[in-house]
Design a protein around this ligand. Structure first.
Ligand SMILES: [Zn+2]
Length: 268
């Protein structure tokens, strides 16, 4: 049986001690969580993500510039990013738009569009973080699609409206949900979730962020999230869709494989 996939996290984050990685992956393996899409957030952590993926083949690397860090970008980052991506086995992430953060929004849009172009030209998957900027995101993607084929897009920690979901579903995006989404899920969130075809759903922890004491009351003193905790998201999501857990798990494994088919072959 294919392992559970954690489709978005940041194992290079400085809050996770280097010597903690191996035990953390062991705890994940114990509950059959065995593949991880690890996203960089700025140029200075690209090498850390690549090093982790070299050491642990179950970690699939994504390199990019997160909207929170666009003001740190140094001249020539586009070529350096493209060079790293051309070296192989790497997706593009985490990118996006965030109206709640301090970074200049015009600059965010520019840097997001540049990464969208790089992903499209290299035919690589693109991981998108979007907070309170759905209109801008949808209009950038729709305009882009008029002249160039969109890359495959993963919307990480998705929590858009039903209306945004309809648009983004048509753009063949993958919708990746964190455990927080399932905490006290409202009827409208549930309805939105059910409108997404199973073939476009992914689940993620976003470790070390987004730990859910709601689903893990026995670990209420835990400060950091980790991949082993994704299990209860799978249980919740399968329950909402009224399908057996194993069927759901296999479907999400296939979704992850399809998303990353141009960068790496997922075995098992
Ligand atoms: Zn993230």
């Amino acid at each position: 049986m294919a392992p559970f996939l954690d489709s978005h996290l940041h194992l290079q984050d400085s809050r996770i001690e280097t010597e903690e990685i191996a035990p953390l992956l062991k705890r994940a393996a114990k509950v059959e969580v065995g593949k991880f899409f690890c996203n960089a957030t700025r140029e200075k952590d690209w090498q850390d993500v690549l090093n982790l993926s070299k050491k642990y083949p179950q970690i699939i690397p994504f390199l990019g510039i997160h909207p929170w860090y666009v003001e740190e970008c140094e001249t020539g980052w586009q070529n350096r990013l493209a060079d790293q991506l051309c070296a192989g086995n790497t997706g593009l992430g985490e990118t996006g738009l965030d109206k709640r953060c301090q970074a200049d929004f015009t600059l965010q849009k520019k840097i997001f569009q540049e990464q969208l172009e790089i992903a499209a030209s290299l035919k690589l998957p693109l991981v998108v973080h979007c907070v309170k900027a759905w209109g801008s995101l949808i209009s950038i993607l729709t305009d882009f699609k008029k002249h160039t084929q969109l890359p495959t897009i993963q919307l990480h920690s998705y929590n858009g409206s039903l209306e945004s979901t309809k648009w983004l579903r048509e753009l063949n995006c993958y919708f990746s949900f964190s455990q927080r989404f399932f905490e006290q899920i409202t009827p409208s969130q549930k309805n939105t979730f059910l409108q997404i075809p199973l073939q476009q759903i992914l689940l993620e922890t976003d470790s070390p962020d987004q730990f859910s004491p709601f689903f893990w009351p026995e670990y209420k003193n835990q400060t950091q999230n980790e991949p082993a905790f994704i299990i209860r998201s799978y249980e919740q999501a399968a329950k909402i869709h009224k399908i057996p857990l194993n069927t759901f798990r296999l479907q999400l494994w296939e979704n992850g494989k399809t998303l990353t088919k141009t960068i790496v072959k997922l075995n098992n």
